[in-house]
Write a protein that binds this ligand. Structure first.
Ligand code: ATP
Ligand code: MG
Length: 297
């Protein structure tokens, strides 16, 4: 049915980004909880982006992608998306909650597997996400990891659509998106999502953004140099051989050498592990840290 903004009560702010504010809301009549993301469109470029995000969310139907339950126009001309509420937050907030201590390998294999299934779904449906990073991968307490935030995504209408760069977060952008001629970017736009996934999984293991020393604030020029002219970051020797190889296959600078989503799903790091074991490892990450027991007095 159609929703109105007045049907919902704001509970708290879940996040803030370029697009706007995301609130946790309660449907007054049913009590159901959702996330409400409001997209402001002040110029025609932003309006196009909003339309694209709405079109993609409306066309996706997969347990690997955050569901959209409605699109609500606001009186001021903004658009509000009623989204499935992901009650364990984003991988960025889960990492921060661990005090930057790395995620164990089994949990990361579970996360990588689920994100690869999501990318497989999107790529099959000709959608390139283009903004895969810890803040855009959301988790619920069931242990589902889902892809969110299609604010800069693209539907590939022609097979050789060039990768058009955009202004925004560029930290997770692949080399070919900066420099298509050197790194083969015009031939496989989907490979850009694999680069970002590799960087994301590596960050969750290292506890800091892999292309910069811990604590350094990213600026565009430093990042661009690190991505295009530096060697791709690697896992330390302490990581397992399968994990190191998996990351190396994702972080090939030349996009044609990078493994595809289908190849990565069959990689030993993902395929040779007991699925139940991966789920359990992921569950350990999600479970809230038990509150300190109040001292008796
Ligand atoms: P853009 O990158 O287009 O500017 P954005 O970053 O503002 O978009 P999102 O990434 O969709 O918007 O949401 C921002 C943050 O809000 C997320 O990182 C997450 O912490 C929180 N959030 C978004 N959607 C949900 C949801 N469905 N459930 C729980 N939390 C959410
Ligand atoms: Mg985001």
């Amino acid at each position: 049915g159609e929703h109105r903004l007045s049907d919902f009560e704001k509970i708290k702010i879940l996040g803030r980004g370029n697009g706007g504010t995301v609130y946790q809301v309660r449907h007054r009549r049913t009590g159901s909880i959702y996330a409400l993301k409001t997209l402001a469109a002040e110029d025609s470029l932003q309006r196009r982006q909003v339309l694209r995000e709405v079109e993609i969310l409306r066309s996706t139907d997969s347990s690997t992608v955050v569901r959209c339950h409605g699109v609500i126009p606001t009186p001021s001309g903004d658009t509000s998306l009623l989204l499935e509420y992901m009650d364990a937050g984003s991988l960025e907030s889960l990492l921060a909650a661990r005090g930057k201590s790395p995620f164990p390998e089994a949990a990361l294999a579970g996360i990588a597997r689920q994100v690869l299934l999501g990318l497989s779904y999107l790529h099959t449906n000709k959608i390139v996400h283009r903004d895969i990073k810890p803040a855009n991968l959301l988790v619920n307490i069931t242990g589902d990891v889902k892809i969110a935030d299609f604010g800069v995504s693209k539907i590939m209408r022609r097979s050789l659509d060039p990768c058009v760069s955009y202004v925004g977060t560029c930290a997770y952008m692949s080399p070919e998106r900066f420099d298509p001629d050197s790194y083969g970017g015009n031939y496989d736009a989907y490979a850009a999502d694999v680069w970002s996934l590799g960087l994301t999984v590596l960050e969750l293991h290292l506890g800091h953004f892999p292309l910069l020393p811990p604590g350094q604030r990213p600026d565009w020029a430093t990042l661009m140099c690190a991505i295009c002219f530096g060697e791709p970051p690697q896992l330390p020797e302490t990581a397992s051989a399968d994990f190191r190889d998996f990351i190396a296959r994702c972080l090939q600078k030349e996009s044609s050498k990078r493994w595809s989503v289908a190849q990565l799903l069959a990689h030993p790091f993902i395929a040779c592990q007991d699925k139940l074991e991966l789920d359990r490892a992921l569950q350990d990450i999600i479970s809230p840290v038990p509150a300190p027991t109040p001292s008796e007095s």
